[in-house]
Design a protein around this ligand. Structure first.
Ligand code: 5GP
Length: 124
């Protein structure tokens, strides 16, 4: 289904997680950021990092978020990778935007994937 980039969907899964309406397995949280394990891991390590603000994808996040939110987000990504122990062995960051990328959840998120040889960048 196409993502609506005009209006933030207050009922998306990650909004519900942020409101505490759905459970998650938190690996990191601060004032601006929440990170938790993906419910359908695509690798032995699969963590999702999300801003707490209402951003649909990378475009509106990088356009509309405050400097403090953006700095907190990317510092958290680096911190979480170190805490997960996947910095030196290697990992992959993915941020999907829109239909052709396969984005499903309309709340900006970065996937941290690690724990095995991740292979080529794209499957096809
Ligand atoms: P996207 O395709 O939007 O980039 O990735 C969305 C990710 O969210 C998928 O990897 C999917 O497995 C994950 N996901 C969907 N629903 C839930 C949920 O309720 N809890 C958690 N932890 N992950 C979810």
């Amino acid at each position: 289904m196409a993502i609506d980039f005009e209006t933030y969907d207050e009922d998306n899964i990650f909004a519900k997680i942020l409101r505490g309406e759905l459970p998650n397995t938190t690996v990191f949280e601060d004032d601006h950021v929440l990170a938790f394990h993906d419910i359908v891991p695509a690798a032995p390590v699969h963590v999702l990092v999300i801003p707490k603000g209402r951003y649909i994808a990378q475009d509106d996040f990088h356009r509309d978020a405050s400097d403090a939110e953006i700095i907190a987000f990317w510092r958290a990504v680096g911190h979480i990778c170190r805490e997960l122990g996947v910095t030196d062995e290697g990992h992959r960051l993915i941020a999907n935007q829109g239909t052709k990328s396969g984005q499903v959840v309309p709340h900006f998120h970065v996937h941290i994937l690690a724990g095995k040889n991740l292979g080529p960048l794209l499957a096809s």
